[in-house]
Design a binder for this molecule. Structure first.
Ligand SMILES: *[C@@H]1O[C@H](CO)[C@@H](O)[C@H](O)[C@H]1NC(C)=O
Ligand SMILES: *[C@@H]1O[C@H](CO)[C@@H](O)[C@H](O)[C@H]1NC(C)=O
Ligand SMILES: *[C@@H]1O[C@H](CO)[C@@H](O)[C@H](O)[C@H]1NC(C)=O
Ligand SMILES: *[C@@H]1O[C@H](CO)[C@@H](O)[C@H](O)[C@H]1NC(C)=O
Length: 342
């Protein structure tokens, strides 16, 4: 996602920082980064959000401001979202978070949900288990984190894409002041395997309202997003922020490492990441403040609309948004999101 309005910042002010133990350590070369890696396995579980946790406003805030990306969307409060059936907890404790379905008059905004965790995340790990994700023409789902001031406090886009995209896009955004923050495209091996498997799309993380591509990777796995993601029963996503930088993995259920299943996650034991932004070419302590975790489904808006030509969705935004069939698969089904500190 992109640009943050003051209203969004207000919505996340209730946050209590738990992970502000910023280490003074600044790694500026690869060797040091690698030797630290071996020690880097002791995460502490801080939160495991599941079931009705996502409907508890002491834990998650419902953003009700104007969409910062100019989408054709009205984000609902918890009360409104419950009444509209857009958030609910199933008997199996899965939380379903949806965009409004059904046809609408042309030009009318569609109802949706955008929630952010009240507790902030600094260094550590996020494990997000989704059974299903939203997709479709006009749909812009995003699971991401963002600092209080955009872009200077950083943004980490973990699951994101628009329209009929089949491959997940993983992106960092930073401010442009201070030292440069870029993707190290040739970080070599980590624990004997390639550091990342994703395709590099852009290497400059500095972003602004007019130039917002960020430094991003595309996941080559056709089950990393949208219909493919749902066809394999969803995925388990892991994001590590440590002194090596930021790394992301996306696991098929059958491939989730045993240490994660055992509740003792240890990235040293994992295979190649999908995306890796190395601390060799970005000073993360400088460019990333504590992050707020956000889950939303946007409708139309910046990227969705600019992606329309050639997308196979047509180019008339009003008729795309009005057409209920485009939103029949517009739900996140969340098993759990656990947050760990380092
Ligand atoms: C979080 O909760 C889910 C659902 O109850 C459970 O499957 C998962 O193992 C829990 N994760 C941790 C780290 O406790
Ligand atoms: C369902 O989720 C709630 C948190 O919302 C949790 O307290 C409870 O233990 C969960 N129940 C099961 C059966 O996992
Ligand atoms: C509505 O959306 C569906 C699904 O994308 C599409 O197949 C159909 O052609 C659309 N209908 C109109 C009238 O655009
Ligand atoms: C929604 O999902 C179903 C089941 O996978 C699929 O058949 C249908 O084409 C999807 N609809 C759209 C608009 O993508």
């Amino acid at each position: 996602m992109v640009a943050i309005t003051p209203a969004f910042v207000l919505a996340s002010l209730a946050a209590t920082a738990f992970a502000g133990r910023d280490r003074p350590l600044r790694l500026r070369h690869e060797k040091a980064a690698r030797s630290l890696h071996a020690r880097n396995s002791a995460f502490t579980l801080v939160q495991n959000y599941t079931g009705s946790d996502f409907l508890d406003t002491s834990k998650w805030s419902y953003f009700t401001g104007t969409d910062p990306t100019n989408g054709m969307v009205n984000y609902l409060s918890l009360k409104e979202a419950k009444a509209a059936g857009l958030v609910k907890v199933g008997s199996n404790n899965q939380t379903t978070i949806s965009v409004e379905s059904g046809n609408l008059p042309s030009g009318q905004n569609r109802k949706s949900v955008r929630i952010s965790a009240n507790e902030k995340w600094g260094k550590g790990l996020i494990i997000a288990d989704f059974a299903q994700m939203p997709y479709g023409c006009g749909v812009w789902p995003a699971f991401w984190t963002v600092g209080a001031n955009w872009p200077d406090d950083g943004e980490i886009d973990i699951i994101e894409g628009v329209n009929k995209m089949a491959n997940n896009q993983l992106t960092l955004h930073t401010g442009s002041s201070g030292t440069s923050c870029t993707t190290d495209t040739n970080p070599g091996l980590i624990n004997g395997v390639p550091a990342f498997l994703g395709n590099v799309l852009g290497t400059t993380c500095a972003s602004s309202d007019g130039n917002n591509a960020g430094c991003s990777f595309s996941d080559p796995d056709p089950t990393s997003f949208g219909p493919g993601f749902n066809s394999v029963g969803g995925r388990v996503i892991t994001v590590v922020r440590d002194d090596m930088g930021i790394r992301m993995w996306s696991w098929r259920r059958s491939d989730v490492p045993a240490d994660i299943l055992a509740g003792k996650p240890n990235p040293d034991l994992w295979s190649s990441a999908t995306a890796y932004w190395s601390s060799v070419t970005c000073n993360f302590d400088e460019h990333f403040a504590d992050q707020t975790i956000v889950l939303n489904t946007d409708v139309a808006g910046g990227w969705t609309t600019s992606n329309l030509p050639g997308s196979g969705c047509g180019t008339d935004v009003n008729s795309i948004v009005a057409n209920g069939s485009n939103f029949e698969n517009g739900s996140w089904v969340v098993n759990s999101i656990s947050v760990w500190s380092l």
